[in-house]
Design a protein around this ligand. Structure first.
Ligand code: SF4
Ligand code: SF4
Ligand code: SF4
Ligand code: FES
Length: 953
């Protein structure tokens, strides 16, 4: 069979999946292609390149430009090859004098209304219009340029990243179709008719004021320089490119970093990337400027106290300063008095090294990762029920889903490229069930079919999932064959007895969740009766006191309905950060070595000890919250934090700050002076994803290559920094390249034994498990059995959180993310993404606002039992009365000053999603915010101006 997908060449129209092959001849050359393929694509597969303008292989064919006309034996006229499907025995001719004339005429009309400024145009050399003019041999334009034209149409520069110059537009509508078909936003239209037709954003607004979310799909699709990256306009066309992986979210999009020397000119989504297939969002596509931002830490720095100015030193001096301090602490306070935190933004190889350093050089298991505060319940819940701590599907699998359940996730903001794929499936007719206290944007998807929103009260997830299961059991919607064949019978029977009890009925649940029993019944039927039901969930599931219980409740639902082990179904955690799956896989947790192998298992330790040549502690170490408590109690004195801003991202900020202040040595490795670094004694410059080699693992378990496109700004990549520190601590590790680290990972991790860099080059990416049994990886998990043999139904008794609204604190605060910002915002706040979200605000329902006399934009004091902060009001119908919402992208907002240290019973994952608060109008920042501003100013000054800093200031 011919190549189905070409990552480089534009084959003109989309690939068609069909078993039936059709044979035809193009210019006398035979070819067989799947039924439904266009003539244009069949020819392109033979390297017969028919001129085209309105067609591109990421979009449905449109047939407007007529440039792709061909002759077909037995047919009259000159059909457009992009909209003509192949048929058996078809004889196509692509080059005749008549066709050449026809195409020249078409081009002539286009060019007669187009500026003739090719030599100074930013697209010069990368313009399909220019190419096609050459391809059809256009040499003159007979119509002159004097008549009516669009040459003086006004430009729109409102978007920070791309310009719109309508004078260059040929109204091919590729941009409009890209916005609809690929992105699913429908922000663009063709306004007017005939000569007056033009591309319009929103209601003929500037791009920045329209619904445009700046994904860049239209820019990518535009065959002219009408829609063009400003970076290309400013710096010229790139000269070379390197394929790498986005370092923002867990979708793991592949990009071509298009370069001029060491300068990134633009990031272009890579068609060959299996997670994104040529699509992108505003972060990966445009927000890369932070990598060269002036705030980057460029030299290692040390200081004896956090109240003293920093001293810039050599790498060697920084390593020995840090190592001396750690050794002294351990000599005085014991081996367990130090620990470290790995990064979910760094590569697998780097994370592996940090936990190895902690286990080998520190000699304990005091390692943890930010997944503690996001997806640790996923690990516990999925391992207990399905036997593996990971999502079960590929993203692409959603194309087969008939019912899509989204629980506590906001894919269009937090996982935008997957959100677009989801929207595409919803437009194709899949039904949608959203379980969320807020009305998320997915519910506003244009051309949505059936949508059910179960708008529950925060903190009541488990009651709702139990009620859904109750309906499935009581209405006999179970997949009894799947249960009999694939699940543990005793566990199922116990669960069935439990779940059918009245306490789990939709009626009882209604009194807890606020969602009507009837709606729950309807949703349960839609999910259970669908041929394929797929569940996707996010931090709105895990970040609760019953996060692990809820994950198990979700897995129970999938087991009960047989929605596992094939395409279109499954249980899929949407991972927040780029490598949160990888950081968990790589042994970041205190109880597990890489590959989720428990430290108490002697045979596992023997294996690692033989390779690492050290004794590994058999006791699990401290989790992050335990490290904080131990620090405050004086038993924990030293910490190595790589690429993680715990001072901003962890709950109960004042508690975290107290813990960090208690440390004798805090080593922070980061690209900026983040909030945690303000409490540090050693600051080691980090490197961005552009400055190193390695791999990230996305939410589909897909291991993607990260490739170095520029040298590390401070001289060393993150993995090299860990090697230097480890050596100074007396435990030397030898690797010349991250590929050697991956070889060691493969040696020690059963699910990675078949992974190596050569195979990654060959296959593009690999979904683990990849081993002898699955040499090419595993796109769909649990096809024939579970790693624990049979699927295990878990009992999921609903226990209300202690964090409840009271008379004093009558509202419930829940938190989340926004499209343009990422996590603690350290990267995106240093880009033009600030145009969309320059501050965190508090969203509240008009009813709650009115009750308190609050108007849009008022300053609001928000008080919880942990603390208080001040944010501006945003009045929004998306909230239900009694529930307020904010994001945590700006450190000065203090969102985590108010979140409490309640946490998941099994994993200590903080309950970010439920905080009882009161809200009132205020006129000045909170005392924490005032103190933050003073401290920030002081720390920035100590960093930038160490010589003149007065230590007593
Ligand atoms: S802006 Fe570009 S893609 Fe859109 S209609 Fe004009 S030329 Fe075509
Ligand atoms: S950038 Fe994306 S959302 Fe905005 S108009 Fe273009 S395709 Fe639509
Ligand atoms: S969806 Fe995620 S991985 Fe893809 S470009 Fe956006 S931030 Fe990057
Ligand atoms: S490319 Fe076929 S009509 Fe435009």
């Amino acid at each position: 069979m011919l190549e189905y997908f070409d990552p480089i060449k534009d084959l003109g129209t989309k690939a068609i999946l069909s078993e039936t092959m059709i044979a035809l001849e193009v210019d006398g050359v035979s070819i067989s292609v799947p039924e439904g393929t266009s003539v244009l694509r069949a020819a392109a597969l033979l390297d017969i390149n028919i001129p085209k303008l309105c067609a591109t292989d990421s979009l449905d064919a449109f047939g407007s430009c007529r440039l792709c006309a061909v002759q077909i034996e037995g047919r009259r006229g000159y059909p457009a090859s992009c909209t003509t499907p192949v048929s058996e025995g078809m004889q196509v001719t692509t080059q005749t004098k008549k066709l050449a004339k026809l195409r020249r005429n078409v081009m002539e009309l286009y060019i007669s209304d187009h500026p003739l400024d090719c030599l100074t145009c930013p697209a010069n050399g990368d313009c399909e219009l220019q190419d096609m003019a050459g391809a059809v041999g256009l040499r003159e334009v007979r119509y002159g340029f004097e008549g009516e034209n669009h040459l003086s149409a006004e430009k729109d520069h409102s978007n920070p990243y791309f310009s719109f110059d309508p004078s260059k537009c040929i109204v091919c509508s590729r941009c409009v179709r890209a916005c609809e078909e690929v992105q699913g936003t429908f922000a663009l239209t063709i306004d007017g008719r005939g000569f007056d037709s033009k591309v319009a954003a929103g209601k003929d607004q500037d791009f920045i004021d329209s619904d445009c979310v700046s994904c860049g799909a239209c820019v990518q699709a535009c065959p002219t320089s009408t829609l063009m990256e400003k970076s290309v306009i400013d710096s010229g066309q790139p000269e070379h490119s390197v394929v790498t992986t986005c370092a923002y979210c867990g979708v793991g999009c592949s990009f071509e970093a298009q370069m001029k020397g060491d300068q990134v000119i633009r990031m272009v989504p890579y068609k060959g990337g299996e997670a994104n297939q040529g699509h992108s969002c505003v972060k990966g596509r445009f927000a890369f400027g932070y990598a060269t931002h002036k705030d980057r830490i460029k030299e290692p720095m040390i200081r004896d106290s956090i109240d003293l100015p920093w001293r810039a030193v050599s790498w060697e001096d920084a390593f020995s300063f840090a190592a001396d301090k750690i050794k002294k602490i351990q000599a005085q306070h014991g081996r367990e008095s130090v620990g470290g935190i790995t990064s979910s933004r760094c590569t697998n190889e780097e994370t592996f090294l940090v936990q190895k350093l902690i286990r080998s050089a520190f000699g304990n298991n005091n390692t943890d990762t930010c997944a503690r505060v996001c997806h640790s319940p996923t690990g516990f819940g999925l391992k207990t029920t399905l036997g593996e701590s990971a999502g079960t599907q590929t993203f692409e699998s959603i194309r087969q889903a008939d019912s899509i359940v989204v629980i506590g996730a906001n894919p269009t903001d937090a996982h935008p490229v997957f959100g677009s794929l989801m929207r595409r499936r919803l437009r194709e007719g899949a039904s949608l069930i959203v379980i969320d206290p807020r009305e998320i944007d997915l519910l506003k998807t244009p051309h949505l079919n059936q949508a059910i929103h179960l708008q529950l009260r925060p903190g009541t997830n488990v009651s709702l999932i139990n009620a859904l299961a109750n309906v499935i059991v009581n209405e006999n919607l179970l997949d009894t064959d799947f249960i009999a064949e694939r699940c543990d019978t005793a566990a199922f029977n116990t669960w069935k007895d439990f779940i059918s009890q009245a306490e789990n009925s939709p009626e009882t649940s209604e009194t807890i969740t606020g969602v009507s029993a009837e709606k729950v019944r309807e949703a349960a039927r839609v999910y259970a009766k669908a041929a394929n039901g797929a569940i996707f969930y996010g931090l709105g599931v895990t970040e609760h006191s019953q996060g692990s219980t809820m994950v198990m409740g979700i897995a129970n639902l999938a087991l009960a309905t047989g929605n596992l082990g094939r395409e279109g179904v499954g249980v899929n955690p949407l991972r927040g950060q780029n490598n949160v799956q990888g950081s968990c896989d790589m042994g970041s947790f205190p109880h597990e070595l890489p590959g989720y192998q428990h430290v108490s298992d002697k045979s596992v330790r023997d294996k690692f000890e033989a390779v690492w040549k050290v004794k590994i502690d058999h006791e699990p170490g401290l989790r992050i919250p335990n490290m904080f408590d131990a620090a405050i109690n004086g038993n924990f004195k030293g910490m190595y934090v790589q690429g993680e801003d715990i001072a901003q991202s962890d709950p109960n900020t004042q508690h975290v700050e107290k813990a960090l202040r208690s440390l004798d040595c805090l080593i922070v490795q980061d690209i900026f002076l983040n909030e945690t670094a303000k409490f540090a004694h050693v600051l080691l410059p980090g490197s961005t994803f552009l400055e190193k080699d390695g791999t990230f693992t996305n939410a589909e378990r897909r291991i993607n290559r990260v490739r170095k496109v520029m040298p590390p700004i401070a001289g060393l990549a993150d993995w090299e920094v860990t090697l230097g520190l480890s050596k100074a601590l007396g435990y030397e590790m030898h690797y010349d390249h991250p590929s050697e680290i991956m070889d060691e990972i493969a040696l020690l991790t059963p699910s990675f034994t078949g992974v190596n860099y050569d195979k990654l080059e060959e296959l593009g990416s690999i979904q683990w498990p990849c081993n002898d049994e699955h040499p090419l990886g595993t796109p769909t998990m649990h096809v024939t059995d579970f790693p624990i043999g049979k699927g295990n139904f878990a009992l999921t008794t609903f226990i209300p959180t202690q964090e409840r609204s009271t008379r004093r604190l009558p509202l419930l605060l829940t938190t989340g993310r926004i499209l343009s910002q990422y996590n603690v915002g350290a990267q995106t706040r240093r880009t033009d993404n600030m145009a969309w979200h320059s501050e965190d605000v508090l969203e509240l329902h008009p009813h709650d606002a009115q009750e308190r006399g609050i108007k849009e934009g008022d300053w609001l004091g928000i008080t919880s039992r942990a603390g208080n902060t001040v944010l501006r009001a945003k009045i929004s119908e998306r909230m239900q009365p009694g529930v307020v919402y904010t994001t945590f992208h700006h450190p000065g907002s203090g969102a985590n000053v108010i979140t409490t240290d309640n946490s998941d019973w099994a994993t200590n994952c903080p309950e970010y999603k439920v905080t009882a608060v009161q809200v009132e109008k205020v006129s000045q920042p909170s005392s924490w915010q005032k103190a933050f501003q003073i401290s920030d100013k002081k720390q920035q000054k100590m960093l930038r101006d160490p010589q003149q800093m007065d230590a007593s200031e």
